[in-house]
Design a protein around this ligand. Sequence first.
Ligand SMILES: C[S@@+](CC[C@H](N)C(=O)[O-])C[C@H]1O[C@@H](n2cnc3c(N)ncnc32)[C@H](O)[C@@H]1O
Length: 279
Amino acid sequence: MHPIIRTLGRKIPVRLRRRISAPLDAVRFFKTYLGRQTATILPILLATGETHNFTYDLTEKNLRYLAETIAVVTGKAPTDIAGYIDEAIGDSALKRHFETAMRTVGDQPLRNLRSPFGRRLGWYAIVRAIKPKVIVETGVERGHGALLLCAALLRNAAENEPGRYFGTDINPKAGRLLSGEYASAGKILYGDSITSLKALDETIDLFINDSDHSADYEYEEFKVIAPKLSAKAIVLGDNAHVTDKLALFSRESGKRFVFFQEEPKNHWYPGAGIGISFP
Ligand SMILES: C[S@@+](CC[C@H](N)C(=O)[O-])C[C@H]1O[C@@H](n2cnc3c(N)ncnc32)[C@H](O)[C@@H]1O
């Protein structure tokens, strides 16, 4: 029984007590779950200035689940995958590059950003685990994914397993973070993604869909790259928390599909995820 009703006690008839208590209990229940989230909206907005493509860390539990998921997908040991994730989180040169680029490039001043990578740490771990020769990411925006993917490629190259990154974006200003040594690992193809993908003459080992998020466009991208995928290719969807097109494509291609749900730490955003289609 709700505490208020308990306090009023016998002043209210029993049947009425039960009827009033139920909705009050429901409100208390929803507040427990949503109150924590909503309380952080304004402080985070004031601290960061971010209105979309939010930056946040993942919870410890979520990082562990991420490592376990990527281990299943790549067939590697979970400890190795967790090591790759730690490698990215602890990369001080990468962190410095991100902070400098966000401060000095572009026209949108953002401040006090947290981890720029969130679920993309899983993308990084996949690159380190499967050593792709060619990565394609559609939709670059600031370049959070591009930067992290190229950082993984540079590490692979240092281990004599080089690879190339291709990003596509319709916005000619996209990719502000992909600069310095990281830009040496790849390039951005400006223009409509489907057009760029059709023109791309490469065999793709890792494909990431993150451009126009309409379900039809997403599915069209998968159909265009299907004949360009290598036998061991992994396809990731950054929109799989919204549409089931990657799961559909995966089944049509005879691949397996799993979905990793992201859990941001100390942030109101409920998180996106990684759709993963793998051989
Ligand atoms: C969600 S953002 C990409 C985020 C990025 N992958 C990251 O890791 O932060 C989506 C991007 O897709 C681009 N985009 C939207 N429609 C597109 C299209 N038809 N062709 C190419 N890029 C497109 C937008 O300009 C935007 O930069």
